[in-house]
Design a protein around this ligand. Structure first.
Ligand code: PLP
Length: 336
């Protein structure tokens, strides 16, 4: 293992640990479309409880969880607002438009950091018969393309209050809500409060091979369950996957603090302000990202180019403190 490349491209590259594999192999399973898979039912219950919502729905991907949530809130031709670099806007390939007829506008941000006034500035609820009305707002916590940014609680609350006042739904893309929880010390249920729907990923820093969960009210989750089947996402013996997620919830949440420490080690090696690294994602500006990626790969460190000027480094379960230190040494020596 010591000679394997250190893979910092994404926290999705993790492989199930031996103990997680045992939990998967031992899972009691049934047909989940019939509602008879015990592990999946337990996972949906546990995540809903953790996040303080009524019900949960297991989905194959975070994109599907987000898209199921959004379509519950926005009718065809109505408008979703999101950050200019939001995953739902940039990385889900137009799914909201393709599947749900949703139009989207964005608000600008620094590092994806939420500023309620910027959202209120672009929102247009009840726009009348000849303009598009805003009916949902999506917030991302932590913010991926913003660099793992943890959203300020006061700004989240201000957006929620604004939305409530105007009858606008609010969806939380919480793919990495676990990281926000560990970095801030704020309880998961507090981070998930005040949202109509919340999606969380099990296959990022938590290290499960597959899966996300959408939570919300019983009614919303029942409707999402129907749409999941319509999208072809009704799966059968999902307990093997749910067992990995349940194992991850018990064993891989608190350890995210190690990923955050490792990310700061990488950041300081690249002369970045560690204060700009909230969690497990580091964005570094370099003059030639493709050359940087290639030079790092030659030295067995894999990083990802994002955009014309940046590379992204992500720490995760399969990067130890020793490997992070070694990667930091390699990357510090490369021309930037
Ligand atoms: C990874 C991610 C998702 C979901 O991605 P899938 O690859 O579809 O599971 C959603 N939102 C954010 C912010 C993400 O980083």
């Amino acid at each position: 293992m010591t000679d394997a490349p250190i893979d910092l491209r994404s926290d999705t590259v993790t492989r199930p640990t031996p103990a997680m594999r045992r939990a998967m192999a031992d899972a009691e399973v049934g047909d989940d479309v019939f509602g008879e898979d015990p592990e999946t039912n337990a996972l949906e219950r546990e995540v809903a409880d953790l996040l303080g919502h009524e019900a949960g729905l297991f989905t194959p991907t975070g994109s599907m969880a987000n898209q199921l949530g959004l379509r519950l809130h926005v009718a065809p031709g109505e408008e979703l607002l999101a950050d200019v670099r939001a995953h739902v806007v940039r990385a889900e390939l137009g799914a909201a438009a393709v599947f749900s007829g949703i139009t989207t506008r964005t608000w600008p941000s620094e590092r994806g950091r939420l500023v309620a006034a910027a959202v209120a500035e672009v929102a247009e609820p009840n726009a009348g018969a000849y303009s598009v009305s805003t009916t949902a707002i999506a917030i991302e916590n932590t913010h991926n393309f913003g660099g793992g940014t943890v959203q300020p609680v006061d700004e989240v609350h201000a957006v929620q209050a604004f939305a409530r006042e105007h009858g606008i739904a609010v969806h939380l893309d919480g793919a990495r809500l676990w990281n926000a929880h560990v970095a801030s010390g704020i309880a998961l249920r507090d981070l998930a409060a005040g949202f109509d729907t919340v999606s969380v990923c099990l296959s990022k820093g938590l290290g499960a091979p597959v899966g996300s969960v959408l939570v919300g009210s019983r009614e919303h989750v029942a409707a999402a369950r129907t749409w999941r089947k319509r999208y072809g996402g009704g799966m059968r013996q999902t307990g093997f996957l749910a067992a990995a997620g349940r194992y991850a919830l018990r064993h891989h949440v608190d350890r995210l603090a190690e990923d955050h420490t490792n990310a700061r080690v990488l950041a300081s090696a690249l002369d970045l302000d560690p204060a700009t690294v909230d969690t497990n994602i580091v964005f570094a500006e370099v003059t030639d990202p493709a050359a940087f990626v290639a030079a790092a790969a030659e030295r067995d460190v894999r990083v990802m180019q994002l955009g014309p000027r940046h590379v992204r480094l992500v720490t995760h379960l399969d990067v130890s403190a020793e490997q992070a230190a070694r990667a930091a040494e390699v990357l510090a020596a490369l021309p930037r």
